[in-house]
Design a protein around this ligand. Sequence first.
Ligand code: GDP
Length: 299
Amino acid sequence: LARLRRRLAGSNNALGRGLLMLLSRDRIDEETWEDFEDTLITADLGVGPTTELVDNLRTRFRVEGVADPAQAREILRSELLALVDPTMDRTIHADRGDTPAVVMVVGVNGTGKTTTVGKLARVLVAEDKEVLLGAADTFRAAAADQLETWGGRVGVPTVRGAEGADPASVAFEAVKVGIEGEVDVVLIDTAGRLHTKTGLMDELGKVKRVIERQAPVSEVLLVLDATTGQNGLTQARIFREVVDVTGIVLTKLDGSAKGGIVVQVQRELGVPVKLVGLGEGVDDLAPFDAEVFVDALLE
Ligand code: GDP
């Protein structure tokens, strides 16, 4: 969590500082609120949440009579926190039942899917879970190689098929091997070629159905690159049509990403951001914590 705080501080602080600076003006007038809105929109918060936040702040500033910057900060903090929604269940459901827990990881190529599977395997292994990876992105041989490399790095085996094999059959095989080996979690990496939207839909739907012939899927994690802003939202919409997404992983939040996207994707999908990617290293995955996130903004 300390790492999350530190990494987030890099890019997002500018937003928090900007907001606090506006609120510490001698006179908070119409122009201040407009500047405030602009700052939030620029930070990828989206028009709906921005309007909601500003309306709430205006009301509270009026009713509570804001006297000093510390009080302004407290009000801003509580309203931002409400937007991020600390009540959402952000647990990764990966406990085995009669069969291994199956976690599907989906998303567009390049968002950080394979890297996330590797890092997540690391987290689960650290929880003393036995983990198996399934390379259901059979479109590029390099994808399976990359996953296998991650498997080696974190010490877990990978089930893969031949290049061009049916992704569903590889996923089926991985789960079968997982059941036979009585592992705790099977993590399935999938393909994310968005240019063939119907193909992708058919494929991901089929992968899930085929897995469920043997074991229930406990999580479908959608990986989104936080630096892509609105583009990430479009992707989220498309994936929502294809599979029931249960959680979002926002990657590259260590870079030039703008934190507001957290609020937008959660609203768009109605599911929580559960994990955040904070770098390319094996330990650079953290559980998302609403309070830490908001505090990092306002540090
Ligand atoms: P995939 O095609 O979706 O499987 O994406 P990859 O896992 O291959 O990742 C694409 C690139 O993004 C790689 O260079 C990763 O090292 C990088 N990457 C993934 N996650 C993060 C992250 O959280 N932060 C940063 N800075 N880079 C990341």
